[in-house]
Design a protein around this ligand. Structure first.
Ligand code: SF4
Length: 144
């Protein structure tokens, strides 16, 4: 059977084993807004192959590029989501994310705006940071 890369199939223990990190570390990445695992109705976390790639990139960035979690969160806080999902001028000016620089947009509690009913895990903005090269590619496209 072929499993799609987006399909959440690994429990947190499986994912931690595959990645060679602790369950605690995976939870910390989530708490810091670097990853959003899939949640079953029972609230159990599940991870896809794509999530595993994302965490590999996080590990590489921390271990090789010496950027800490705070630094990574701040880079993600600069993603111009309004360009990707085409928010109106009015939505931008009223948006907490647009007016701040410390958290990725998916860490903000969006009320009464275009993102209120969106599923961040499925969003193009969140997925712009699916692998190490994708965030760079996305920024190049947006800045060109
Ligand atoms: S849906 Fe979530 S990830 Fe997408 S732009 Fe809105 S807050 Fe960000």
């Amino acid at each position: 059977m072929i499993v799609k890369s987006e399909e959440p199939i690994f429990t947190i223990s499986n994912a931690a084993n595959i990645l060679g990190i602790s369950v605690h570390t995976l939870r910390m990445y989530e708490k810091e807004g670097l990853i959003i695992p899939f949640r079953k109705k029972s609230n159990q976390r599940l991870y896809s192959k794509k999530d595993i790639e994302r965490v590999k990139c996080i590990k590489k960035t921390i271990n090789e590029d010496k950027i800490n979690i705070e630094g990574m969160r701040r880079v993600l806080a600069l993603l111009p989501c309004w360009k990707i999902i085409n928010c109106s001028e009015n939505e931008r000016t009223a948006c907490e994310y647009f007016n701040g620089y410390t958290k990725p947009c998916w860490m903000i509690n969006h009320k009464n705006n275009i993102c209120a009913d969106k599923e961040c895990r499925e969003c193009e903005v969140y997925n712009s940071f699916g692998s190490c090269s994708s965030i760079k590619d996305k920024l190049k496209t947006l800045l060109s």
